[in-house]
Design a protein around this ligand. Structure first.
Ligand code: DON
Length: 546
C-alpha cells in the first residue's frame, strides 16, 4: 500500500510494488512523481527524510535535508537595524534566490534506490518522467493552488506554472517537458545533478538571480544515514526522526510525559485528555526551541531529552490547570546547558508525507519539502523545477519567530554547510520490541511546527482513543508549541469542549482553519491487513493498495 497526498504519486509507487519492487522502489517512484504532480511541495529542489524499517527488523534514517551554502552567514537575513527581513523582501529567507539552501532530494532518492531498492533508478523514475512528458489533468483545487502569487514573481515559474498569466483551469493538462528532460538526465546519470553538467547549469541559473549556491556547495552535498530515534510507549516501540529533525525528540518526550495517564479512560478529545496532551506539548516544544539544531554542529542531548526520568520530572509540574508558558521552569539537573553559539561542524559525520508497506512487510515513512508553498518561488530556468526556501527553518534572529511561529536558539543559528532544524516526523510504530516487534503504524504529515503534534494526535487517537486510522487522521487536531502561549483548535470541537478548555486557563485560537495532512497506514494486528488513512483535508490523495 502507498498512501500519498496525490493519487498519481500513490499510483506510481503502487506500480513498483506490483512489478515486484520493494517499499524503497515505491518510495523513490512516489517521491519523483510528487516532484511532477505536486509542485507545491514535491520536489527535486528541496530535501527530506526517509525512515525505513525492513521486515527483518533493521531500521535506518536517510537525512537528505538541505544545507546552508558555504557563503551563508548568521545575520544574512537581518536589515541594517538588525530586524528580520519580511517575507516579501527578495533578500529574505522566504522568497527568491537568497532563500535557497543546497537541495538534497535528488541525492536522497538516488542513494535510497541504489542502496535499498530492487528495480533500479530507471524503473523507479519512469512513472515521473511519463507524468512530466505526457502531463496530467489538474483538479479544481490544484488549478487554484497554481494561482500562488509567489510563483508570479519569477519569470520561469510564471511561464511554466501560470502559462504567463493565462492560468490553468480545472480539467486542463499540465505538461512539463523541461522537467521531463531533467528527470531523464538524472535517471541516466544521478551524479550529474551534483557533479556534472546539470550542476553547472543549475548554478548558472541561480547565480543570475543572486543565489549563493556554488559548484562546491553541490559537490560537497552528502546524504547522511543516521540511526533513528527510538522509544517505548506502553507496549509499543516508536521509531522516529533524529536531529536535525526535532520530530522524534518532541514526539518521544511528549509520549514519555503522557505514558502513565489513562488517556483511553479519559476519552479521545475530552477536555481532560486535550489538557494533558497540550501540557506535554508545551514542555516538549519548550525544550525544542532552546536545545535543537543540526547535530553535526552542536551536541543535542537527545537521549537525555527523551529519557523517562526527565519526563517524570516534567510531568510533576503538570497541574489540573493550564501552566502559562511564561511560568514554565525546566526541571533542573537533567539537561546540560543549552548551546550558546551556532557551533562548528564536527567531523562525524508546503511539505508532503507518504507511507508505504510492501508485501514482505518492509515499511517506509518519508516526508519531503520545499518548506512553504512552492518554496522560494524560484524555478531553475529551463531545468524546470522549483527551489526551496529552507533557509527560513534556521533562526534568522534569536528568539524571533520564523514563518511557523517557532522560536529557535543558537543551536539553529545559520552557519555554512549546516542543516536547518526541521519538524518533519516520519514515524514507524511497532507492537513489541525494535527487532521482533510487529509493524502497527506508518505515520507522518506536513504542517511546519504542527507536524509533530499532528503525528502525536493521530497516534494517540489510534493507539489510545479507539479511533481507526482513517478516523484518527480526519479527527480535528489541537496544537500547542510553548510560544505563543496559545492552544490552536481546528474546526470540529464542540462549544462545550472549548468552554471547558478556556475554564482551565487556555487561550484558545479557532482562526487557523485546518492544517497538516496525515497520510498514514495502520496494520490490523490480527489479520495483518493494511488500512490506509488518507486525510480528508486534501481532495486529490489516495490510499493505493492491491
Ligand atoms: O522541515 C520543516 O519542519 C518545515 N520546512 C516543514 C514545512 C511544512 O511542513 C510546510 N507544509 N505545510
Amino acid at each position: 500500500m502507498v498512501v500519498s497526498v496525490h493519487h498519481l504519486a500513490a499510483d506510481a509507487g503502487l506500480e513498483m510494488l506490483k512489478a515486484g519492487g520493494n517499499a524503497v522502489d515505491a518510495a523513490v517512484a512516489t517521491g519523483f512523481a510528487l516532484a511532477v504532480v505536486h509542485p507545491i511541495a514535491g520536489n527535486l529542489g528541496g530535501g527530506g527524510f526517509l525512515l525505513l524499517r525492513t521486515h527483518d527488523g533493521h531500521a535506518t534514517f536517510l537525512d537528505f535535508r538541505e544545507q546552508a551554502p558555504l557563503a551563508a552567514t548568521a545575520d544574512m537575513y537581518l536589515d541594517a537595524q538588525g530586524k528580520v527581513l519580511p517575507e516579501d523582501n527578495l533578500q529574505s529567507s522566504l522568497t527568491g534566490y537568497r532563500a535557497i539552501a543546497t537541495p538534497g532530494s535528488v541525492a536522497g532518492l538516488t542513494y535510497a534506490e541504489k542502496k535499498y531498492g530492487k528495480l533500479g533508478l530507471a524503473a523507479a523514475m519512469a512513472p515521473a518522467i511519463k507524468l512530466a512528458e505526457k502531463g496530467f489533468v489538474l483538479s479544481a483545487e490544484e488549478a487554484e493552488e497554481l494561482h500562488d502569487p509567489g510563483l508570479t514573481r519569477f519569470a520561469d515559474s510564471k511561464r511554466i506554472f501560470q502559462r504567463d498569466g493565462k492560468f490553468y483551469a480545472a480539467g486542463e493538462v499540465l505538461r512539463q517537458p523541461e522537467l521531463a528532460r531533467t528527470l531523464q538526465r538524472i535517471a541516466a546519470d544521478p551524479s550529474d545533478f551534483y557533479h556534472g553538467k546539470l550542476a553547472a547549469e543549475l548554478v548558472a541559473e541561480l547565480e543570475k538571480g543572486g543565489g549563493l549556491i556554488t559548484l562546491e556547495d553541490l559537490a560537497r552535498y552528502r546524504v547522511v544515514e543516521r540511526e533513528p530515534l527510538t522509544g517505548k510507549f506502553h507496549n509499543y516501540t516508536v521509531i522516529s526522526a533524529p536531529p536535525p529533525s526535532s520530530g522524534g525528540v518532541v514526539l518521544l518526550s511528549t509520549l514519555n510525559i503522557l505514558a502513565p495517564y489513562d488517556l483511553a479512560k479519559l476519552g479521545d478529545r475530552s477536555p481532560a485528555s486535550i489538557h494533558l496532551i497540550t501540557e506535554a506539548y508545551r514542555r516538549a516544544y519548550m525544550d525544542r526551541s532552546e536545545y535543537m539544531g543540526d547535530p553535526d554542529y552542536n551536541h543535542i542531548p537527545a537521549a537525555e531529552m527523551t529519557s523517562t526520568r526527565y519526563a517524570d520530572a516534567w510531568r510533576a509540574s503538570i497541574t489540573d490547570q493550564a501552566t502559562p508558558s511564561a511560568r514554565l521552569h525546566r526541571p533542573e539537573g537533567f539537561l546540560p546547558a543549552a548551546p550558546t553559539s551556532a557551533g562548528k561542524r564536527r567531523e562525524s559525520p508546503d511539505t508532503t508525507h507518504f507511507s508505504i508497506v510492501d508485501a514482505e512487510g518492509n515499511a517506509v515513512a518519508m516526508t519531503t519539502t520545499l518548506n512553504n508553498d512552492y518554496g522560494s518561488g524560484v524555478t531553475a530556468g529551463s531545468l524546470g523545477f522549483l527551489l526551496n526556501d529552507e533557509m527560513d527553518d534556521f533562526a534568522a534572529k534569536m528568539n524571533t519567530p520564523n514563518f511557523y511561529g517557532l522560536i529557535q536558539g543558537p543551536a539553529d543559528a545559520i552557519a555554512p554547510l549546516k542543516r536547518p532544524l526541521s519538524a518533519m516526523t516520519p514515524t514507524l510504530v511497532l507492537e513489541g520490541g525494535l527487532v521482533d516487534g510487529k509493524l502497527r503504524f506508518v505515520l507522518g504529515s506536513p504542517g511546519g511546527g504542527r507536524i509533530i503534534s499532528t503525528v502525536a494526535n493521530i497516534f494517540l487517537s489510534a493507539a489510545e482513543g479507539g479511533l481507526n486510522i482513517q478516523q484518527a487522521v480526519d479527527a480535528p487536531r489541537f496544537h500547542h508549541q510553548y510560544l505563543p502561549d496559545t492552544l490552536y483548535l481546528e474546526p470540529g470541537f464542540s462549544g462545550k469542549t472549548i468552554k471547558q478548555l478556556q475554564a482551565l486557563g487556555y487561550v484558545v485560537d479557532l482562526k487557523d482553519g485546518y492544517w497538516s495532512n496525515g497520510e498514514c497506514i495502520a496494520i490490523d494486528p490480527k489479520s495483518g491487513e493494511l488500512l490506509g488513512g488518507q486525510d480528508h483535508r486534501s481532495h486529490y490523495g489516495k490510499a493505493a493498495g492491491y
